[in-house]
Design a protein around this ligand. Structure first.
Ligand SMILES: C[S@@+](CC[C@H](N)C(=O)[O-])C[C@H]1O[C@@H](n2cnc3c(N)ncnc32)[C@H](O)[C@@H]1O
Length: 418
């Protein structure tokens, strides 16, 4: 490879942990060309030298390669668990405010969803604090402005939009009260000095970033996240990212979703894994006065079907949401049984059912089965991005880097096509 190009790739990897294989070559070429034109530099070696010497230029290049894809209430389950946890903290007279971190938060939909879920549940703002962090200045500016287009509203239930947004000529404007309850800051998840400066949190949303990082960066980030959590705290990850947390000091809890991991409340001295940081006695911010706590006002989560594997009722969408909910709640065997029954009944299940069963099998440690289910999903729908991302991760973990690269490129191409 051209040494200048390699230098640019190394700089991105070292600074933000980016695995260049998750960036399609056309995006990468476009990004560099764009930056070279903007600077009036006409050879790549010149640009690589400039990049080596300039922090601001690195920031501009980062803006060109990151993927800010996100939407409000991207999977409902973590937000329901969050509400339950804040209520439990209050009921057990644990220190409040409850501290919540969204890292990366992209354009703000995730931390704002946390705030809206808590407000909808009748939890007063003095009982929680939400922080959103992202590397992208551009994304944070959008978060700050709080105006969103249709793409940010992809969840099935859009009741929250009627409650908290006002329609304007430029899009949906999020009301000031919600905006004022998230503190945004720019930062790098790979940078341990930065993450240590944030304090500790009861709940962390860290979804849909690990899949874009190199193996070294993933390891560093897992350690950073571990130290960002209070002992007993919960971390939510992306569906395709859950298996990166297996065989680490994080544990799965039967009380939280299957894409939620805990920092154990008490760590045995023999625990191997992340290097110690002197944070174990750090606690969240001091308790606030617990006044005016209104009773629960949360909307009930649609209950999945009975405990036995009879199929949940409703349309295909409803059934899918219910089975996904079961899987998210950690009831993996039950969810798998529902998937199989549904797939057998339909006779012609769509790709998303194979994907869902694949995710469940992966969570159960049945990797071989997961891979063949995900391949079936792709056979039915070659554009099924989630299957591609998970297949890439599984291929990477089995040491098949070429195959991982192939899946990543395909996934990236789909994302770029929008
Ligand atoms: C796909 S979005 C995920 C947003 C949200 N968590 C979600 O799941 O909807 C990925 C975000 O990661 C951010 N990012 C990439 N590398 C980062 C890093 N090293 N530190 C912090 N943020 C980073 C990008 O700017 C982008 O906004």
């Amino acid at each position: 490879m051209d040494p200048a190009r390699q230098h640019i790739i190394d700089r991105l990897e070292q600074s933000i942990g980016l695995n260049i294989e998750t960036v399609s070559s056309s995006t990468f070429e476009r990004a560099i060309r764009h930056r070279m034109e903007a600077l009036g530099v006409d050879d790549m070696a010149g640009y690589a030298r400039l990049l080596a010497a300039s922090g601001p230029e690195l920031d501009r290049l980062i803006e060109e390669v990151v993927i800010p894809e996100t939407w409000f209430f991207r999977h409902q389950e973590p937000f329901d668990i969050l509400v339950d946890q804040v209520r439990t903290a209050k009921a057990q007279a644990r220190p409040l405010p409850f501290r919540i971190l969204s890292l990366p938060c992209s354009t703000g939909e995730e931390p704002y969803s946390a705030v809206m879920a808590l407000l909808l549940a009748g939890i007063p703002p003095v009982h929680f604090e939400v922080t959103g962090v992202d590397i992208s200045k551009r994304a944070l500016e959008i978060a700050d402005r709080g105006i969103y287009g249709d793409n940010s509203f992809r969840s099935r239930d859009l009741t929250f939009r009627d409650v908290f947004f006002r329609r304007t000529d430029n899009g949906y404007l999020l009301e000031e009260q919600v905006r004022s309850l998230v503190r945004f800051c720019r930062g790098n998840i790979v940078d341990t000095t930065f993450t240590a400066s944030l304090g500790v949190f009861n709940v962390i949303f860290c979804r849909n970033i690990l899949i874009y990082l190199s193996r070294d960066a993933q390891e560093k980030v897992l350690a950073n996240l571990f130290h960002l959590l209070v002992p007993g705290g919960t971390l939510f990850t992306g569906h395709a990212e859950a298996n990166l947390f297996l065989n680490t000091p994080f544990t799965r809890s039967p009380d939280t979703g299957s894409f939620a991991f805990l920092r154990p409340a008490s760590e045995k001295p023999s625990l191997v894994g992340f290097p110690g940081q002197q944070d174990d006695d750090r606690t969240p911010a001091p308790a606030a006065a617990l006044k005016g706590w209104p009773g629960p006002a949360r909307k009930p989560i649609p209950e999945p079907g009975p405990d036995t594997a009879t199929e949940p009722g409703g349309s295909d969408d409803d059934t899918f949401a219910q089975v996904m909910h079961l899987a998210d709640s950690g009831r993996l065997a039950e969810a798998a049984a529902h998937c199989q029954i549904h797939m057998a009944r339909t006779g012609d299940p769509s790709a998303r059912w194979y994907y869902l069963l694949g995710v469940i099998r992966d969570s159960q440690g049945r990797t071989g089965e997961a891979v063949s289910l995900l391949r079936k999903a792709l056979y039915l729908d070659p554009q099924h991005e989630e299957s591609l991302v998970l297949l890439a991760l599984l291929a990477e973990q089995s040491g098949d880097h070429d195959r991982a690269r192939h899946y990543r490129r395909r996934a990236r191409r789909i994302l770029e096509q929008g």
